[in-house]
Design a protein around this ligand. Structure first.
Ligand SMILES: NC(=O)c1ccc[n+]([C@@H]2O[C@H](COP(=O)([O-])OP(=O)(O)OC[C@H]3O[C@@H](n4cnc5c(N)ncnc54)[C@H](OP(=O)(O)O)[C@@H]3O)[C@@H](O)[C@H]2O)c1
Length: 248
């Protein structure tokens, strides 16, 4: 497939690497459009692109941006893009990073807000695994305890196509329902960055609590930030899992 990725941070770069490795053609764009982007794209085996062009002549566009950056994308960036092009949102809202976004503070599902800003349907995917998990935790299809990723959206066919890309990246895909339902794998939920297999992920999606999630999210960031040493990847996964052990 032809894939355009906007954002070349931890997640955008990792998705680009995986998609190139799986044989897809990838274009990347970020807020720069200069030599740094060219160098990064070359390292990835992808094409460097402007924000205006990264959306052209592709089957899938992946937005891998901080939530706060979504409204800063060029106006009408998608207006000439065919409706069949699938837009994927990987973002997670963190008030400490993304500032106070009133609709999200009031409980609007993050990717619904993104979709409204873009004026286009989106599929939420690649948001509930850490970049390090995405980079190193993939396995062949059918492997025991393969880690699963949640995918939400309102278009079953689009979800099927994105599930194929998730499989290419080395993960099982679990359909988490409509885009509205994607709050079930936002930060502060048991499905968020806990490295679960597909059976465990389905159970965790069901256990999510919408009203409690923002408080758990903010407390988790505070607790992790107050540590004197930076936790290892495995310690972060254990920490996230322990937020939801029955004794808490
Ligand atoms: N990191 C994770 O483990 C993880 C896991 C799952 C989901 N996510 C979510 O995925 C999103 C991306 O995360 P990340 O960790 O990859 O972020 P990141 O490392 O901060 O990278 C963000 C990228 O977005 C680009 N960008 C920012 N504003 C832009 C704009 N206005 N126009 C174009 N490009 C812009 C930046 O461009 P420059 O390079 O030019 O600055 C950068 O390449 C976030 O919402 C995050 O919450 C992250």
């Amino acid at each position: 497939m032809k894939i355009g990725i906007i954002g070349t941070g931890a997640i955008g770069v990792t998705i680009a690497k995986k998609m190139v490795k799986a044989g897809h053609t990838v274009k990347v764009a970020n807020s720069d459009n200069g030599d740094k982007l060219k160098t990064r794209a070359k390292e990835l085996g992808a094409q460097p692109s402007s924000l205006e062009d990264v959306v052209n002549n592709v089957d899938v566009i992946i937005l891998s941006l901080p939530t706060v950056a979504i409204p800063t994308l060029p106006k009408n960036i998608f207006s000439n893009i065919d409706d069949r092009v699938i837009i994927v949102d990987t973002s997670n809202y963190y008030p400490f990073r993304d500032a106070q976004i009133e609709d999200l503070q009031n409980g609007k599902t993050e990717s619904v807000w993104v979709s409204e800003h873009l004026g286009r349907p989106v599929i939420k995917a690649f948001n509930n695994l850490l970049a390090e998990t995405l980079l190193s935790g993939g396995k062949e299809s059918g492997s025991e305890n393969r880690i699963a990723m949640a995918i939400a959206g309102d278009d079953a066919n689009a979800k099927k196509i994105i599930a194929g890309l998730v499989n290419d990246a080395g993960f099982d895909a679990v359909d988490s329902g409509s885009l509205e339902n994607s709050w079930r794998h936002q930060p502060g939920t048991p499905a968020y960055c806990t490295e679960l297999n597909k059976e465990e992920l389905r159970i965790s999606l069901d256990k999510a609590h919408k009203e409690k999630a923002p408080t758990i999210r903010d407390k988790a960031i505070k607790d992790l930030g107050s540590r004197t040493t930076y936790p290892s990847h495995q310690e972060i996964i254990e920490f996230n899992r322990n937020l939801f052990t029955d004794k808490k």
